[in-house]
Design a protein around this ligand. Sequence first.
Ligand SMILES: [Zn+2]
Length: 313
Amino acid sequence: MRQLLRPLALVLALLLLLTPGCSPLHSCLHADEPEVLDAEKQALRDALSMARPDTPPYTGPSLDVIVIDVGQGDSILLISPEGKTMLVDAGPQDAFRRIRKVLDAHDVTALDVVVATHPHEDHIGSMADVLNACPVGMYVTIPQDPPDDVGAALSKNGCSISFAEGGTTIPWSESCTVTVLNPVPGYDTEPEDLNDQSVVLHVRYGETAVLLTGDAEALAEKRMLDTFPRSMLRANVLKLGHHGSSSSTGFSFFLAVDPDFAVASCGAGNDYGHPHMETLSLLYDTRTAFYSTDTDGTVTFHLDGETVSVDLS
Ligand SMILES: [Zn+2]
């Protein structure tokens, strides 16, 4: 199926050229015209969507990675083969209803681990609601002051609190290994540069793995590349950094991860233009299957230790 990607994109580009009132003679394709850029981006997204592989339905135990549709933000629920639960981020302020719906659908009433990648509103906006609704075993974050409501909810919840440090592991599941890759120790980061302090997690089950990158951008990616062997970054599934922004997912980092599947968590028609054209082009050029919550809703990856299947229902 991947081999069809480029021909399909060319056909779509040709259709764009042949659209009534839009021909080369009329200089339609001014690259700086927003509506042309939007059309080209849509054509690329359509081509990526049509080139998705058919994945087999999963059977047997799996590590489930559920990228919840929370609009413009991140919230990802992981369920290990033996039923351990971990929530990475809690979306923007209005996201709790959507998170709750997914927790209920999987009969999750308590969370073994909750990770707050960094205290930006689109990642921690509904965290207080989560902490007030669910008993939590361990809360993992970075050493930055949380918003007042989260601080109060943490005290009330009574969970243990740990600060993430690259190169360490988080005890979660007997069958899965959760390795922290960022923040990389030994680097000074400006306090206001929160994106590059994002907790980055590599979660492995058997021969399959997912990389969750928060909003880590080029600086954090370089630090991880400089610090860890490529084998620690390699993953079948990549949650694109910073909602698919061009400020993340640099070529070297992407090559090291070498994913088969990529997913962006972003809101439909968001003000930032996420996911960006540069990121989509990279996925297109590398024949990477692409999914996004703005068009697909909640996206579930089942990693069974050998293969990955995708569920959009
Ligand atoms: Zn964000």
